[in-house]
Design a protein around this ligand. Sequence first.
Ligand code: GLY
Length: 354
Amino acid sequence: MATVAVVGGGVIGLSIAWRAARSGHIVTVHDPNPGSGASWVAGGMLAPLSEGWPGEDHVLSLGAASLDRWPGFADALRAETGVDVFTAEESLTVALDAADAADLRTVAEWVGERGHEMRLLSRAEIREFEPSLGPKVRLGLLAPTESSVDNRTLVDALRVAATAAGVRFSDAAVHDLADLPDDQVVLAAGSASARLWPGLPVRPVKGEILRLRVRPGATPPPQRTVRASVHGRPAYLVPRHDGLVVGATQYEASDTQVTVAGVRDLIADAEKIFPALGEYELFEASAGLRPMTPDNLPLIGRLSDRVVAATGHGRNGVLLTPLTVDAVLAELGGRSLADAQYACPGRITEASVG
Ligand code: GLY
């Protein structure tokens, strides 16, 4: 079995390291501070169907293939660590005006035609499912298979599982993949990946989130992940055991400073969905850097005989983790995973792949 260096210890890198070690590889994760990047700031919603849109067939197909793998992946993690990472079982996208309602119908039809289960809910049905949502909510789209996970519980459990599987950790920064002695290298460095593979089309896109805690006597949070578009901005509330994660802003920026405008917009948008938000404790505001690609599809596959990419997951790193693990393990075994074909780096890196 090959020795494998995994560069980047976020959810993607840790998961690959854990599963590769369990398949017999000798694995080292290189990261000065594993789990502290985008994985720590994520919302953790697994929502490829709700985010489906006509024309984005490959994004839907990759996301749905990974969503299908999540229960098995979470079961394996639970078996090794005793930790359950799920925080909600369904997601509900809501429309606040007529244009949003038309969009929801479009998504329901397009995704439904592709064989995925979704259901439109009337205003009265929404009240039954989630009584605390705001009065402007006029239509809902329920995705009964779209669960969500606690990203921080996930990071912690993956570190435990990886360590138990024999993965070693190096906190020395990697400046050049050629310096690593291993047979195979997995590049899972998120938005920093292009520094280690010049020309790789991955750029940072900043996102801010809020973490809210339920205070005694406050209105209970929604049971499901609730999503909406507010003034054209995507807003979501993802349940946690003690409250909610509210997300997320999106800017072409590479700093991780939390801005006043970002916090203001997140609170204003989330209050339109869930008016009781003001009763909650705001205990954290943070920012992370999503690793975005030009076509919003990840880069998973061979860059060279020695280097496999597992990066460019954009807004969907947590969702795409199980699929990415299977695809990278297949590559380490000399095969390609059919479900990951649309993520092949060659589609946009042909000119720079050496
Ligand atoms: N994962 C959702 C976001 O990046 O906003």
